[in-house]
Design a protein. Structure first.
Length: 218
């Protein structure tokens, strides 16, 4: 787990999105946490099972393990915590004992599952390989989707997984049509082919979180 900022006071814990979007947004998340540290706010970025430096293969993890690990990471800090969950990371922070949640462009498990299937269909068309999405419902072994081996258990869990609504503030891009508590200008880094960053967007997110923390503490 990477730590940022002071050793005391509230800490913002980041839940990165699942699969390849974690790689695309990691530098962005670090930039947000560095910006918060400059404002005197602590931050943490844990690697969860099957993520980052974890030794667990991606196809062996599932939502139960990921949620439990995130909750354990928050508990290990022994200080009041808030979360910043990016995209499908919003599916992971529901069991953590936190004072507040910020969800950045959150998505449901069904949304993520559809995106994984679309990516697999596009890959199958390019390669000429047959692929039937219905086969995922009966799979008993890990399946390859969007460059990742995914367990059938995780795929099944995604079908009805939703972000926690408790103590949650939703932030979205200004270009997103879905409702949000606040909308900010920025780039959808999770859509890019390679990892990238948007420092101005990161600063805007850090400003918004800092203002919200000040409001919660008032």
């Amino acid at each position: 787990m990477l730590r940022f900022g002071p050793e005391t006071g509230p800490v913002v814990v980041v839940a990165l999105p699942l699969f390849e979007e974690a790689n695309r947004t990691r530098a962005f998340a670090v930039t947000i946490l560095c910006a918060l540290a400059e404002r005197g706010i602590a931050g943490a970025l844990p690697d969860l099972p099957g993520q980052g430096e974890s030794l667990m293969p991606t196809h062996e993890t599932d939502l139960i393990r990921l949620r439990a690990a995130f909750a354990a990471a928050v508990a290990s800090l022994n200080t009041p915590a808030l979360t910043l969950a990016i995209r499908s990371g919003a599916l992971l922070d529901g069991e953590a004992l936190v004072t507040a949640r910020t969800h950045l462009s959150p998505m449901t498990g069904a949304d993520l599952r559809r995106e994984l299937i679309r990516a697999r269909q596009a890959s199958a068309r390019e390669s000429g390989e047959p692929f039937d999405p219905a086969s995922l419902d009966t799979a008993t072994a890990p399946v390859e989707l969007a460059g990742n081996r995914v367990s059938p258990t995780l795929l099944a869990q995604l079908s009805d997984a939703t972000p926690s609504p408790e103590q949650t503030r939703t932030v979205r891009l200004a270009t997103e049509a879905k409702p949000a508590d606040v909308k900010l200008p920025g780039s959808p880094l999770w859509r890019r082919a390679e990892p990238d960053n948007d420092p101005a967007f990161a600063q805007a997110v850090a400003d918004d979180i800092a203002q919200w923390i000040a409001t919660c503490a008032a």
